[in-house]
Design a protein around this ligand. Structure first.
Ligand code: M6R
Length: 614
């Protein structure tokens, strides 16, 4: 979704703003722009705002920005269109009629139409079709020499969500920002300050950051910043230290981020497990849950709230919790839960699962549950994200920054968190010390098994070449592998735009089998447990109807290898842990299909990395 950058300090602002926007590319966008305070040398040396905007990639904006564009303070934006088409005029920044104030905005202003009419009535003329432009005119309407006061007055009119950043030609070196529902982070440098929607935009310059809360307004100058809350009280800022390294947001020799992130999984899973496996007590050490053992033990049920890939991780997690820890568990789509007037019970443990920690559907659903007295733990990747901060406790999955829109390493790290939580809950109920020890040993082996699964890279690339030109795919699995089938289908859809349906293998005869034809390949995930025979029967049903079958099964499974048209072996392991090994070939298959079709793997069309609108 949209991204914000801001810089004030001694360096050339335009360079830092554009470089920051480049780091935010992964969020998804269709146009970009910057506004910089610049001295008008031809005139009296007074400050003016130079605004440059372009449709398309950051490369186009970079080209449009003069290399020698002076100015040490400015704001930048990547836009993902919501109100108004993708045009240069609709791109941000937007400016007041006199051009003295420029703003960038993430979020949605719900009452913009009424505000626009009111402002037009008072003489403002609007240039764009966006909801955001009203903010520039409102600030200008209230401006009387102090940008922060004017922004605060403007905010009183706004209904909706926003992360706003603005500058004024009359206040050199000052940026003012405000947050309500869309993240904003202050970066504290040496004699320079940054403001962005995401720490990756400033990671090259500083790791000292302050996450703004909803209702807060910040003023930044090169040497200082001050934050006030919605009651206009000064806030004592808490400076956090970002632990992500710059390398983590570089491609490091890989063709694209998705490939890098797929191959990083042995390490990212290791990080998710690190320091959390207690072999003495056969337990998991999850320090951030903020629940006493008694409180956790008293929970009778588990409900997961999530979207997309995180929901798939939740489906696996619930299956584990119910079958191993013996607590009823259900994973629900956040966008559904919020609007169905849910019954929230105190003895249910709610888990809000999100890579970004900013997904609007998940955040709002979680708030709905909290409003009704529910305890919500977050399972998040991004430290300091809204879901992480607003949840009552939780587990960070530590997968490191995930840049590719298609989630891969965050998924397996979320799985790791669920395995740890399952162990904790199971050991509180009826799992023995010995069973816990076996479970932990198997979990410890997962990074090695994932590494081995990745060795099938070349075989999968060949298969992708063979199948990428098919229009439709079925992905089929049972039990723990059903969510993996859903995830495999989602990966293929999002980056290669091939239609793919994930289905429970036992369900195909209830409808989807009608789709089977020589042109519709089925990808089968065959477990090595009591569901194996049943899955093989489903495979044969497809084969009997002329459908090509690609089977993924244990390397030892010669029978499956013989039945399938194509076979991808995965390292053999206890079936409870097969989600880890089975998802790897599916991620690689989607990746190589997209490459084969020449798609933009990291930034697929229409998608955004973190979906901050409903
Ligand atoms: O950041 P989140 O985990 O909350 O995001 C949820 C979904 O938007 C996300 O998983 C999406 O489905 C990905 N593009 C999947 O690859």
């Amino acid at each position: 979704m949209c991204g914000i950058t801001g810089y004030t300090g001694p360096r050339q602002a335009s360079r830092i703003l554009v470089e920051g926007l480049k780091r935010l590319e992964y969020r998804g966008y269709d146009s970009a722009g910057i506004a910089v305070q610049q001295e008008n040398l031809a005139n009296d040396g007074s400050i003016e705002l130079t605004v440059i905007k372009q449709v398309g990639k950051i490369a186009a904006l970079r080209q449009a920005v003069p290399k020698d564009l002076a100015g040490h303070c400015g704001i930048g934006h990547t836009r993902w269109a919501t109100h108004g088409e993708v045009t240069q005029t609709n791109a941000h920044p937007h400016s007041s009629c006199d051009g003295r104030i420029s703003i960038v905005h993430n979020g949605i202003i719900e009452n913009y139409q009424a505000l626009k009419e009111m402002l037009e009535h008072s003489g403002c003329s609007f240039k764009s079709e966006t909801d955001s432009e009203v903010i520039a005119h409102l600030i200008s309407y209230h401006y009387d020499g102090d940008l922060e006061l004017a922004l605060k007055a403007a905010l009183k009119h706004l209904k909706g969500t926003f992360g706003i950043s603005c500058i004024c030609a009359d206040e050199p070196g000052r940026i003012v920002g405000a947050r309500n529902g869309s993240p904003l982070v202050v970066g504290v440098g040496e004699g320079e300050m940054f403001l962005a929607s995401d720490v990756t935009a400033m990671l090259a310059h500083t790791k000292r950051v302050v996450y703004l809360n909803d209702g807060e307004v910040v003023s930044l100058w090169p040497h200082e910043f001050r934050i006030s809350d919605s009651d206009d009280q000064a806030v004592d800022p808490k400076i956090d230290h970002v632990t992500w390294e710059l390398d983590a947001i570089e491609k490091e020799g890989f063709a694209c981020y998705m490939e890098k992130e797929i191959f990083e999984q042995p390490d990212s899973i290791e990080r998710a497990l690190k320091g959390r496996m207690d072999f003495e007590y056969s337990m998991a050490k999850l320090g951030g849950l903020n629940l006493s053992k008694k409180e956790l033990h008293a929970k009778q049920r588990v409900r997961v709230i999530a979207a997309g890939t995180s929901w798939h991780a939740g489906l696996v997690g619930c299956h584990l919790i119910e079958s191993i820890a013996r607590l009823p568990a259900l994973a629900e789509l956040a966008s559904e839960l919020r609007y169905r007037n849910p019954v929230v019970e105190p003895e249910t443990l709610y888990l809000s699962v999100s890579q970004s920690g900013e997904t609007a559907d998940t955040l709002y659903a979680m708030r709905e549950v909290q409003r009704r007295g529910g305890t919500v733990l977050g399972i998040c990747n991004v430290v300091g994200s809204t879901i992480a901060r607003e949840s009552d406790g939780g587990i960070y999955v530590h997968s490191g920054p995930e840049i590719a829109v298609a989630s891969t390493k965050a998924f397996t790290s979320q799985l790791a968190a669920f395995y740890l939580l399952t162990l904790s809950l199971a050991r509180m109920h009826d799992m023995s010390h010995h069973e816990g020890a076996v479970f932990l040993q198997q979990l410890r082996d997962i990074p090695g098994l994932v590494k081995k699964a990745l060795e099938q890279r070349d075989r999968i690339q060949v298969l992708a070449k063979k199948y990428a030109h098919n229009q439709d795919f079925l992905f089929l699995g049972r039990g723990l592998l059903y969510p993996i089938a859903l995830e495999g289908a989602l990966k293929l859809k999002e980056i290669s735009y091939i239609h793919a349906e994930g289905y429970a293998a036992g369900e195909i005869k209830h409808g989807p089998i009608a789709l089977v034809s020589p042109e519709t390949p089925s990808v089968f995930l065959v477990p090595n447990d009591h569901l194996r025979e049943k899955t093989i029967t489903n495979m044969k049903e497809i084969k009997a109807r002329g459908g090509p079958v690609i089977a993924i099964a244990s390397e030892k499974d010669t029978e499956v290898a013989a039945i399938a048209d194509d076979f991808i072996p995965v390292p053999d392991c206890d079936s409870r842990f097969q989600p880890f090994t089975m998802i790897i070939p599916l991620q690689l298959f989607a990746y190589f299909c997209a490459l084969e079709l020449g798609k933009d793997v990291d930034q697929p069309r229409n998608l955004a990395k973190s979906v901050t609108v409903e």
